[in-house]
Design a protein around this ligand. Sequence first.
Ligand SMILES: NC(=O)c1ccc[n+]([C@@H]2O[C@H](COP(=O)([O-])OP(=O)(O)OC[C@H]3O[C@@H](n4cnc5c(N)ncnc54)[C@H](OP(=O)(O)O)[C@@H]3O)[C@@H](O)[C@H]2O)c1
Length: 248
Amino acid sequence: MGLLDGKVCLITGASRGIGAATVKRFAEEGAIVYANARTPNILDDLCLELSETHNTTVKALYFDVRDEIASKKAVIQIRKETGKLDVLVNNAGIMKDALIGMISRDLMQEIYDTNVFGVMNMIQLASKVMMFQKNGSIINLASIVGLEGNPGQLVYSATKGAVATMTKTASKELAPQGIRVNAVAPGMIDTDMFRSIGDEKIKEHLANIRMGRLGTPEEVADVILFLASDLSRYITGEIIGVNGGAMV
Ligand SMILES: NC(=O)c1ccc[n+]([C@@H]2O[C@H](COP(=O)([O-])OP(=O)(O)OC[C@H]3O[C@@H](n4cnc5c(N)ncnc54)[C@H](OP(=O)(O)O)[C@@H]3O)[C@@H](O)[C@H]2O)c1
């Protein structure tokens, strides 16, 4: 018996990092997984391999979370094919740093389009299906910097703060419909996104992690799995840190 046997799950931004690790973890636990990426065909091999290994269905859905029409079509497709949607993981996100005084309007727009408007849109689309079935779990990817702030990340931290508060509001609004909404707030996780800050900064950050190492995408995926599964059936509106005791 898997923790997600038969549950239909949509994971955005699954081409690499935390999203890809979550797709693998969910498939291991028996979920029917719809893995989203924006580059056509990039997930085809992984989906085939996971479907065969775990005797389940792992299917790629190619769309950009900034594209409202494509996102809507994707959710409609899931509903048509399976009749339901049990879990949404809003993982797709981008991080671009700039110091105060150097931030362009285009940069603000770009990060907000994906990290905030994309997530709000997916919550609306998924919750419509979940309301109908009176059941569902939505997990959003916030960040330690969205709660604590971090120099150079005015825009990114604000978007992740928005994810944290929208998690709380959505959890309050959707609880009566049987829909749980929670977030994970990772610290410093060893993915392309974190590595993009450069070796010098990584060294500085490592000194501020009490457990003395970066987290792995799999360690975040395990917490997402908990929130997706019925093990967390009485938890909603929570933002769970996954940070090894990091200080920012
Ligand atoms: N790594 C960390 O230390 C850390 C810490 C706190 C929070 N987080 C959050 O955790 C989530 C995953 O981060 P990660 O570290 O795994 O990042 P990552 O390695 O950069 O992966 C990000 C994923 O999001 C996808 N994506 C970006 N924009 C998209 C869009 N418009 N539509 C669809 N997919 C899109 C990327 O696809 P492409 O391959 O097409 O670019 C990629 O698959 C993000 O929300 C991030 O903010 C990460």
